[in-house]
Design a protein around this ligand. Structure first.
Ligand code: SF4
Length: 461
């Protein structure tokens, strides 16, 4: 058992996640300020008098890398938006070499990750341009799924249809009232994202009603992209996708996560790989501009061969977007109760999987177009969205860039009002619990009217 003593750094828990990338939680203990041991038994990390909060993190990284012979590629970077960080640093320094050197020295990023974030940044800039305060997006959340996956930490409820109907009615009200507000405040979105949960848990008639409400109430003149997450293949029917295409949806997401039946059972999904193939077949009956397929690296019981199998199977389905996630084991998931060290154990393996995925997707004409990181990701790796033939998702890029208004509707939606002069976002959250959302929908509407009120004056200028 390693004993670790941290000096002159109050928020020790901030360093704990970094230590756990290198060491399993039962192999070390952070000593309290009162505890003292003979110094040769203890690893000391000391923040000197400098203002640089990263200094102690670099010390931890270097010491534990030497101890474990493991060099995580993201260095000490814990932020979830590395591309945004690159962009802001580059805009400040005005020089890519200096940006690269600063990010490398400050955060100890590997050459490979520096290349990746610079490439994604340049691609995004060339495809959707820089900051434009007139841009905005709408998010609509449907927090229901047929079953709960073992790694899930999202708002996902398994409830009778009668509950979904009550939620749906409250959501329609919010769309109507907030749509009115958007018209008044001159907020004109360029994309709409319907996520969850699994939005295709709704019936096809509910989906039809949803799209009618969107068209009727949300300002549509600038909308270029409507995404519908049809995540769970077991919820997809011909009628639902027909309702989507008629409703203006041009991007859908069908998410098997793995193409191994044993793993699907193990993680609590309600479908097998045949249902995934069937869902893709149905999707091919319609001309969506983009079909995305999410997969996860590091699922329980999977080795590199299982992951390779998934990649090749997914390539066979020919989606033009593929998103590779690193498994994140968060609080609220069943997996963390089974093994809280899981994300540490599979760290290196997930790194290998991601590298394999990137190489093979590259050989098949896919390029990375957005990426983000989360807390508690296996090996502190990343999630990367790949696209083919420039069939990227504007919404995915925009929410990671955080330079525009996001109007979020439904339980768990977090709206963000953007103030360009201060480069600042103000969060306007809805409640997460769907029952509370139903009973407090008027309050959620009012919060947005107040939260976005200042944007009205900006847009009017
Ligand atoms: S499909 Fe997604 S939101 Fe639904 S239970 Fe699984 S991980 Fe959670």
């Amino acid at each position: 058992m390693y004993k670790i003593k941290i000096h002159n750094f109050e928020k020790k828990y901030l360093l704990d996640e970094m230590i756990r990338v290198f060491l399993s939680s039962d192999s070390y203990r952070i000593l309290s300020d009162e505890e003292d041991f003979e110094s040769d038994e203890v690893i000391h990390f000391n923040r000197s008098g400098s203002d640089d909060k990263n200094e102690i993190k670099r010390e931890i990284y270097r010491t534990l890398s030497t101890l474990t012979s493991y060099e995580p590629e993201w260095g000490i970077l814990t932020g979830i938006r590395p591309v945004k960080l690159w962009g802001e640093t580059f805009e400040e320094l005005g020089n890519r070499i200096q940006t690269r050197e600063l990010m490398k020295d400050k955060f100890l990023l590997s050459e490979d990750k520096l290349e990746l974030i610079e490439d994604v940044y340049n691609y995004q800039k060339s495809m959707i341009g820089g900051i434009d305060p007139n841009n905005s997006s709408v998010y609509i959340g449907i927090p229901f799924c047929p079953t709960r996956c073992s790694y899930c930490s999202f708002a996902s409820n398994q409830v009778p249809d009668s509950e979904i109907t009550l939620y749906f009615l409250a959501l329609l009200k919010e769309i109507k009232e907030v749509g009115r507000m958007m018209k008044e405040y001159l907020i004109k979105p360029r994309c709409i994202y319907i996520g969850g949960g699994t939005p295709t848990t709704l019936s096809h008639t509910q989906l039809e009603e949803l799209f009618c409400a969107i068209k009727e109430h949300i300002p549509m003149s600038r909308v270029r992209e409507i995404t519908l997450e049809a995540g769970r293949p077991d919820t997809i029917t011909y009628e639902k996708l027909q309702a989507a295409i008629r409703g203006g949806v041009n991007r859908i997401s069908i998410n098997p996560q793995t193409m191994n039946d044993d793993t699907l059972k193990l993680i609590g999904r309600n479908h097998d790989t045949n249902m995934v193939r069937k869902a893709f077949e149905i999707a091919k009956s319609f001309s969506f501009d983009a079909v995305n397929c999410d997969i996860i690296a590091g699922l329980p019981g999977e080795d590199i061969e299982d992951f390779k199998h998934t990649i090749y199977e997914v390539l066979g389905l020919s989606p033009n977007n593929i998103t590779i996630h690193s498994l994140a084991v968060k609080r609220g998931s069943k997996l963390i109760d089974i093994d809280r060290d899981y994300y540490h154990k599979v760290g290196k393996l997930v790194g290998e999987m991601l590298e394999f995925g990137r190489d093979v997707l590259g050989e098949n004409g896919y390029r990375p177009y957005y990426l983000y990181r989360q807390k508690h990701m296996a090996g502190a790796n990343e999630n990367t969205g790949y696209c083919k033939d420039d069939a990227f998702c504007i919404y995915n890029m925009a929410i990671m860039d955080e330079h525009e208004d996001i109007v979020a509707l439904g339980a768990g939606g977090i709206s963000k009002a953007f103030f360009p002069e201060e480069n600042r976002l103000e969060r306007i959250p809805n409640v997460t619990n769907y029952q509370e959302y139903i009973s407090r929908v008027d309050e959620m509407i009012e919060r947005k009217k107040i939260g976005f009120a200042n944007r009205r004056f900006n847009n009017a200028d």
